[in-house]
Design a protein around this ligand. Structure first.
Ligand SMILES: Nc1ncnc2c1ncn2[C@@H]1O[C@H](COP(=O)(O)OP(=O)(O)OP(=O)(O)O)[C@@H](O)[C@H]1O
Length: 185
């Protein structure tokens, strides 16, 4: 994997059935054999990866995310961040579609983290590894714990500690716990 810290991939989703029904037209295409997209007929934009509408979830994961999971197991930090206007495909790319083969980045990372940790513990001195997960939605300034849906919005907060680390915590969590949560985020 290259030494560049931030890499940007663009993914074009296919037209939705209702868009086809309403005769919407495709306005952005990947230039074949390149990592560029053409907007309209003459505006070119370059990315580290450019995925067209027929590219599978697997291809997106293997080229953009798997190398990060591998470096995570080697002790590096990694972030995957999806950005785009509403309906552009962020949830599909991260969380997956309806079919098993449409599994998104989250499903694949969850699977591969354990596969890779299993291999590491077999082949090295590392005997034990701990995996912690949090799944938080921030929507209209309110946080929601998606693994604990009964938690009310008001109980969760994002805080910054005196070293500038951010983390989330429940109102009743004390400072010691917050230090722990923020260090691990
Ligand atoms: N690559 C893709 N292949 C097939 N369908 C897709 C693809 N990307 C997105 N879609 C479909 O497009 C629709 C909108 O996608 P999605 O809900 O992921 O958008 P979003 O960016 O998360 O929107 P919002 O910000 O409003 O939550 C969904 O019906 C989704 O199944």
């Amino acid at each position: 994997m290259s030494e560049v810290c931030v890499r940007v991939a663009v993914r074009i989703r296919p037209l939705l059935p209702r868009e086809v029904l309403h005769n919407h037209q495709v306005c952005v295409r990947v230039v074949p054999g390149s990592e560029q997209v053409m907007l309209g007929s003459d505006r070119l934009f370059c990315f580290d990866h450019a995925f067209g509408s027929t590219v599978s979830q697997d291809e997106v994961y293997e080229s953009c995310v798997l190398p990060l999971v591998e470096s995570l197991i080697d002790g590096y930090n990694a972030t995957v961040f999806c950005y785009g206007q509403t309906g552009s495909g962020k949830t599909y790319t991260l969380g997956g579609g309806n079919l098993a083969e449409d599994g998104g980045i989250i499903d694949r990372v969850a699977h591969d983290v354990f596969v890779l940790l299993g291999k590491t513990t077999q082949s090295s001195d590392v005997e034990k590894a701990t995996v912690r997960v949090s799944y938080i939605e921030l929507y209209r300034e309110e946080l929601r714990d998606l693994l604990e849906l009964h938690t009310t919005h008001k109980e969760l907060h994002i805080r910054e500690d005196d070293r500038g680390n951010t983390g989330h915590l429940k109102s009743h969590v004390d400072k010691q716990d917050f230090d722990y949560i923020s260090e691990n985020n």
